[in-house]
Write a protein of this length. Structure first.
Length: 255
């Protein structure tokens, strides 16, 4: 990941080959500004990868390390790998043990991105592009959700709403999904689409959902951005709610 720098050719942003970089560590007795780091704008054409390291010394035995990654470098899976490796290496250093070299037998993030770019240039994705052009033809990019904010205003703020579904209801939903030949993910995705439709968003609902690109075992333990966001298009009112999930299931299978 830290050997990657990015280049934009006017059409595509891709990872270009380069030598290994050393990311500078900024040390300070003053705590790093979380507000400043969360609003930081990275220049992807810079030599260094889009990541910052800030170490704040609290006392002789306590430090605070703030690591800020641009999302182009990491996905959620990668964060877990990074934290695990950081803990392993830190524990080894404290114990005075010899650091274990991380295996480089797997494909690197740079190799993955290079392969993706080459496939695009060589027409490997022509069939997929044609599919999505047809799938998203005449789609309305605006979700007409009834909110208190003007449609043109974007604050960038969001919230997470947690709720509990009783086990007996989960079992019933799981049985319904299985008997319909689909999954709980697809069923809940369809219910979400139906909810948006019933909330005044119309009959043509498009929902973005991330899919993993770690199909090959070569990338299971690599740090990088191995995700793609795809669009699931549904028409809940055109199809009864009990069958909407089947339409979504067909789209998910096409992925």
């Amino acid at each position: 990941m830290l050997t990657a720098s990015f280049q934009h050719d006017g059409k595509t942003l891709y990872v270009k080959s380069c030598s290994e970089h050393i990311v500078p560590l900024v040390t300070s007795s003053a705590p790093p500004s979380l507000e400043l780091e969360t609003s930081r704008v990275f220049n992807l054409s810079d030599l260094f990868p889009p990541v910052t390291l800030n170490l704040h010394t609290i006392s002789k035995t306590k430090n605070f390390l703030l690591i800020n990654f641009h999302h182009i470098l990491v996905d959620e899976w990668s964060i877990e790998i990074f934290v695990s490796e950081l803990q392993r290496e830190y524990t080894a250093r404290v114990a005075g043990d010899t650091l274990q070299q991380i295996s480089d037998s797997e494909g690197s993030y740079r190799e993955f991105c290079t392969q993706q770019h080459d496939d695009l240039e060589n027409g490997v994705y022509v069939k997929q592009i044609a599919y999505w052009i047809k799938q998203l033809k005449d789609v309305n990019p605006t979700l007409n959700l009834n909110t208190k904010l003007p449609a043109s205003r974007s604050t960038g703020l969001c919230k997470i709403v947690n709720f509990h579904i009783p086990n007996n209801e989960v079992q019933e939903l799981s049985h319904f999904a299985t008997s319909s030949g689909t999954t709980l993910f697809t069923l809940f995705l369809s219910l979400y689409g139906a909810l948006l439709s019933n909330s005044g968003c119309g009959d043509d609902i498009t929902i973005g959902t991330p899919v993993s690109l770690r199909d090959s075992g070569d990338y299971q333990h690599q740090i990088g951005y191995f995700l793609n966001t795809v669009v699931i298009r549904m028409r809940p009112k055109e199809n009864p709610v009990s069958y909407t999930h089947l339409r979504a299931h067909e789209t998910v299978l096409d992925l």
